[in-house]
Design a protein around this ligand. Structure first.
Ligand SMILES: Cc1cc2nc3c(=O)[nH]c(=O)nc-3n(C[C@H](O)[C@H](O)[C@H](O)COP(=O)(O)OP(=O)(O)OC[C@H]3O[C@@H](n4cnc5c(N)ncnc54)[C@H](O)[C@@H]3O)c2cc1C
Length: 522
């Protein structure tokens, strides 16, 4: 993973010349003056972790699994939000951990937590490092040091219960690794977020992730039937049955806890049979409202495609435009729906036929397989463009929310208004890609020309959007989580009593407050 950007540097995407020109002409983008620094130039804070504590940690893991060199520290600094990348590109490594720990078992994690709690060393559980909400940016104050707990060595498929269709997997597995292990049993999780190639199962659970095929396979938190968690107070083993009436479900307390309550060391996950076919196709609707009505009908009355997403007019226009023709974009493209069907050939074909009848009946025009295949082909490449746009002087960031169907139009308008108010005339695109009977998520992509201080510019815009989401009755996050960036809005969402409950749980599980301090808990 590129330390200051996204993914495999060999797959970096260059901006075509017409796009550069368009950015200049329409958004007023100008190339930034300073190029990004090299890794060796990143300014790191002096490590404060006492040598005796480092030695104690090494005695548990072996020296090879404790890394305190500059490169390891840089590579475990923050996540992959646009502000994170801006800081790294500017050489600001002030949130770097003092050392990186690589435990190989649950018992080792327990022991590390015991040592860190005893010496008040902050611990940041680190999965794929793809957080976009500041989930890997701990508060250093009051701590003897900061360590990143990288779970990469916990990467096994532990067992498969084919009768129950449940697999036990370790949290450090990245998306493709987990799918490969399950494919050997002809199984799949069906969890394909855009960060799939780098994010881990532990991160999916800890941040309540949702994948692009959530209509068919569900959100990640729906897949978790059990888990083992190491805390400074000992082990939690949760989930004896898929559902239970034995009091409040403590699995739900850990899901979304973003490393603040404990370290997930094992997950029991509901799995599905690997699909024999995958069919993706495109549909056109005249307007976002018409497309939204069609998605709502499918979500409420069925049949549900496996993948279901609707782009608004702007996202459709940009998505359909070929780079060379961008200047001549017309606004008559309408709104694109991608509908995908995965599963057994006959079942998928039948579902497709019934869903197609609903979409056509509500004003959709089928565009055939090409838009669907093209979406599927490019589904993991968009994040690479962000790096090129940043380098060209444009800020690009995504943000998301969710609400009830009746509230979505207001939420959509509120977010757009806040972005325009804060940024002048940015390009704002939106899609719906996670639907439920009662509502859906809205996912926005924003592109704007960088000001003199692009970080402050974006942070002001983000504050304004957070306030707009809360005021319009949406949730502050549908699937990115809370981290540090959404903490205040989360407090507003759950109220004072809700915050007290969170603090109480934290106090019980982590009395010294060493787990991911500053993240999640207001
Ligand atoms: C380009 C891009 C695209 C993205 N697309 C999507 C998307 O489509 N859907 C989506 O849901 N999200 C998406 N995300 C956000 C991100 O990938 C998810 O939040 C993901 O769940 C994070 O997983 P990770 O392994 O990278 O976790 P990390 O970023 O390493 O950690 C996330 C949080 O979880 C904690 N944590 C990690 N592992 C554990 C563990 N084992 N135990 C306890 N706490 C732990 C960390 O301390 C941190 O607070 C995207 C991010 C990027 C950069």
């Amino acid at each position: 993973m590129l330390w200051s950007g996204w993914g495999d540097p060999a797959r970096a995407a260059d901006l075509p010349e017409p796009v550069r020109k368009l950015l200049q002409d329409i958004l007023g983008v100008r190339a930034p003056e300073a190029p990004p620094v090299n890794l060796e130039e990143v300014r790191l804070p002096a490590a404060t972790l006492p040598a005796a504590v480092l030695a104690e940690l090494e005695s548990v893991l072996g020296a090879g699994n404790v890394r305190s060199g500059d490169e390891a520290r840089v590579r475990h600094t923050r996540g992959k939000s646009t502000p994170d990348l801006m800081r790294m590109r500017a050489g600001d490594g002030s949130d770097a951990p003092d050392a990186v720990l690589l435990p190989g078992s649950h018992d080792e994690v327990l022991e590390l937590l015991r040592i860190c709690a005893a010496h008040r060393v902050a611990v940041v559980p680190f999965g794929g490092g793809t957080s976009v909400v500041g989930g890997l940016t701990p508060a250093r104050e009051g701590h003897a040091g900061v360590v990143a707990l990288d779970l990469a060595r916990l990467n096994r498929l532990v067992s498969v219960d084919a009768e129950s269709m449940v697999a036990e997997l370790e949290p450090g597995l990245r998306g493709p690794q987990a799918e490969e292990l399950l494919a050997a049993h002809e199984l799949t999780l069906g969890h394909f977020p855009q960060s799939f190639e780098y994010a881990t199962l532990g991160g999916f659970a800890a941040a309540r992730s949702s994948g692009q095929a959530s209509a068919g396979y569900g959100r990640f938190d729906d897949m978790v039937v059990g888990m083992t968690v190491a805390t400074p107070r000992g082990t939690l083993d949760l989930g004896r049955a898929p559902k239970s009436a034995a009091g409040p479900d403590l699995r739900q307390v850990i899901l979304g806890s973003e490393g603040a309550f404990g370290v997930i060391t094992s997950l029991r996950l509901r799995v599905r049979r690997a699909p024999a076919v995958r069919i993706y196709e495109g549909w056109r609707f005249d307007s976002f409202a018409a497309g939204r009505a069609a998605l709502r009908r499918l979500a409420q009355d069925g049949p549900l495609p496996t993948v279901l997403r609707l782009s608004d007019e702007t996202e459709t226009m940009i998505g359909l435009a070929k780079p060379g023709e961008l200047g001549g974009m017309s606004s008559g493209a309408g709104c694109l729906v991608i509908a995908g069907y995965e599963g057994d050939p006959q079942e998928a074909a039948e579902r497709r036929e019934r869903a197609a009848a609903v979409l056509a009946g509500l004003g959709g025009t089928c565009l055939g397989a090409e838009p669907g295949e093209s979406w599927a082909h490019g589904r993991y490449s968009a994040p690479y463009l962000r790096d090129s746009l940043l380098a060209a002087g444009a800020t690009v960031e995504t943000l998301e929310t969710a609400g009830f169907w009746s509230a979505l139009p207001r939420l959509y308008d509120a977010v757009r208004l806040a972005l325009h108010g804060a940024l002048g005339s940015p390009l704002v695109m939106c899609h719906i890609s996670h639907v439920y009977g009662a509502g859906a998520s809205l996912y926005f992509t924003v592109v704007t020309a960088q000001s003199e201080d692009p970080l402050a510019q974006w942070e002001a815009a983000k504050r304004s959007v957070n306030e707009a989401i809360v005021a319009a009755g949406g949730t502050i996050s549908h699937h990115h989580g809370v981290g540090r960036d959404h903490r205040d809005a989360y407090a507003a969402e759950i109220g004072e009593l809700g915050v007290e409950i969170l603090r109480g749980i934290k106090e019980r599980l982590d009395p010294e407050g060493v787990l991911n301090p500053g993240v999640l808990i207001p």
